[in-house]
Design a protein around this ligand. Sequence first.
Ligand SMILES: [Cu+2]
Length: 131
Amino acid sequence: MRNLLFLSLFLIVSIILSSAINFNYNLYLNVFAQESEVSIAPGAGDPNNIETFVPPQISLSSRSTISWTNGDSITHTVTAARNPEIANGEAPFDSGPISPGYTWDKTFNSPAQFDYHCLIHPFMTGKVVIN
Ligand SMILES: [Cu+2]
């Protein structure tokens, strides 16, 4: 009877500990997953406008999500260059048309480096570095 009590206690403590470890592991993963925002500046489609993608370059760790929000009054795209310098497992990306006020998200899971631009306004350029 006493052995059974110890065994039950052991099992309960084990279950509590393993769920605590699992919880901490998830917390760890979430802490290292980053989220960042790039805004497409008002007037970005005007070749005389200095600000297009803000910030123009973004560096993050892998498992990051970047949100591009079109703050301009016309449609833009977020399109990776055809020959990315480094693209370990990450395919070149293309948002398709992003209407004014809309956001496009892209998650990066591997280290990669992309130069990107707007297909409609090729002078709009930016860079993503995933470490
Ligand atoms: Cu554009």
